[in-house]
Design a protein around this ligand. Structure first.
Ligand code: NAG
Length: 436
């Protein structure tokens, strides 16, 4: 009975498993070909077609537009068609959605020579780098050409003019994905002091080759670089424990079981600080294949914003008061400070930013910065009830941070004592002068 129920509930899911085609506009990149002093690389428009991507859920019919090969195939066409995939293409669904949602997708293809192989040997290999802009997935695919069966056809198949490789009857270069390195989050922003995981994974054709697995995480930033962690096969030692060959930052780790069993090479980093910021390169070696995925790590820390005074009470009708707005311990460096005043009688606020002055940036030992902005408030320009606002905008703040102070009317009592006091002093001075 239970079995039966399970079967019934699984059935609709199974029916939903439909294939869809993803068509990406790419550039085929070749070294050389540039003029003297020109570019070292040439780019040729190309197309990458991923056929029959299996969607785990909700393939609404309008998202499924099958790929139609060109009606009149030409030898100049550069269409890489992935008909079969020996490995599951991770996150392929998000590629399809990006395709539909008009998200920017960068796709670059180039020739690839597996390690220790003859560049001219067949099958030929290509590498495809696909990145969805704005925080989407990043994939690096190794494509291997499939020699198309000599179809019984009157017209001989075309040969691709640039690559000198036979094309399918419908004018595409048939390929198989044999190795993939990917990241579900190629760019991330993390606050100081927190822990994070840099996501990287791989899929490969032949999983029996455990002996040939290697992983390296490198860090690069502003011309500096270092190896963060390296694991080489055999990753498991004889006791079944794990062995990381190199770890060059404290508190980083890769779970070697996940690496081997699930193709998950994610790097866990604890207690991030400003010096961890940079580009991380996850390089995975599997047999003759070696490829990479890049992950950008940004460190962010929102400023703590406060002003020097809680309220402003002018001493007299002449002397201006200095107001300071402090932004403390933020990262990265760029911060924007604006001042406005809002008088009770007017609906529009007035910008005072031009009248303010800035301190220089101060850098703390943890790499964060502080900055102050100063403004002189004149009694004649700002009647009681005016609200002065300091607004700080920073990359780490979702919305700008506002801090306000109100100009208050002088207290009559203190005014009275002040008048009395002054009169008294003046009278005493007068008296003293008179009696001399
Ligand atoms: C790696 O494992 C973590 C933790 O289970 C998971 O959140 C992440 O999505 C995995 N990444 C890849 C690339 O498999």
């Amino acid at each position: 009975m239970l079995d039966f129920l399970v079967f019934v509930s699984l059935l609709p899911v199974a029916q939903n498993l439909q294939g869809a085609d993803v068509v990406l506009s790419c550039s085929f990149i070749e070294e050389g070909g540039g003029m003297m002093g020109g570019s070292l690389f040439t780019r040729t428009p190309a197309t990458l077609v991923l056929r029959d991507i299996v969607l785990p859920s909700d393939p609404s019919p309008e998202t499924i537009t099958p790929y139609n090969p060109p009606e009149d195939p030409k030898a100049d066409d550069l269409i890489f068609e992935v008909t079969v995939s020996s490995v599951e293409i991770p996150e392929a669904e998000s590629l399809l959605h990006a395709d539909c949602n008009d998200q920017e997708v960068t796709c670059e293809l180039s020739q690839y020579v597996p390690r220790g192989t003859d560049p001219d040997a067949l099958p030929a290999h290509f590498i495809g780098s696909v990145q969805i802009e704005g925080g989407g997935v990043g994939l690096t695919l190794v494509l291997q050409t499939i020699s198309s069966e000599k179809a019984e056809s009157s017209s001989p198949p075309l040969t691709q003019s640039k690559l000198q490789l036979p094309l399918s009857q419908w004018g595409t270069l048939l390929t198989d994905v044999v190795f993939v390195v990917f990241s579900q989050s190629p760019s991330l922003a993390v606050p100081i002091g927190s822990d994070t995981r840099l996501d990287c994974g791989y899929r490969r054709k032949d999983t029996s080759e455990e002996q040939n697995l290697g992983l390296e995480w490198r860090w690069q930033h502003r011309g500096n670089g270092r190896r963060v962690l390296e694991m080489k096969s055999p990753i498991l030692d004889t006791e079944g424990g794990t062995q990381a060959v190199h770890v060059e930052r404290e508190e980083v780790s890769v779970d070697s079981n996940l690496l081997i069993m699930e193709g998950n090479a994610s790097l866990t980093m604890k207690k991030l600080n400003v010096s961890d910021e940079g580009t991380y390169i996850c390089t995975i070696t599997s047999g003759v294949f070696q490829t990479q995925q890049i992950i950008q790590l940004h460190i962010i820390q929102p400023p703590r914003v406060f002003v020097s005074e809680e309220k402003i009470i002018f001493q007299d009708s002449e002397s201006p008061q200095k107001l300071s707005c402090h932004s403390e311990r933020y990262y990265p460096l760029d911060v924007h400070v604006e001042w406005t005043s809002q008088t009770p009688s007017e609906s529009e606020s007035i910008s005072l930013t031009e009248k303010a002055s800035l301190s220089s940036h101060r850098q703390h030992s943890d790499g964060t910065f502080s900055l102050s902005s100063f403004l002189f408030i004149h009694p004649s320009e700002h009647p009681p009830g005016t609200i002065i606002t300091c607004r700080v905008s920073h990359f780490a703040l979702k919305t700008p941070s506002d801090v306000s102070v109100t100009i208050e009317a002088p207290k009559p009592a203190s005014n009275y004592y002040w008048v009395v006091g002054t009169t008294l002093v003046l009278s005493l001075v007068f008296l003293y002068q008179a009696l001399r």
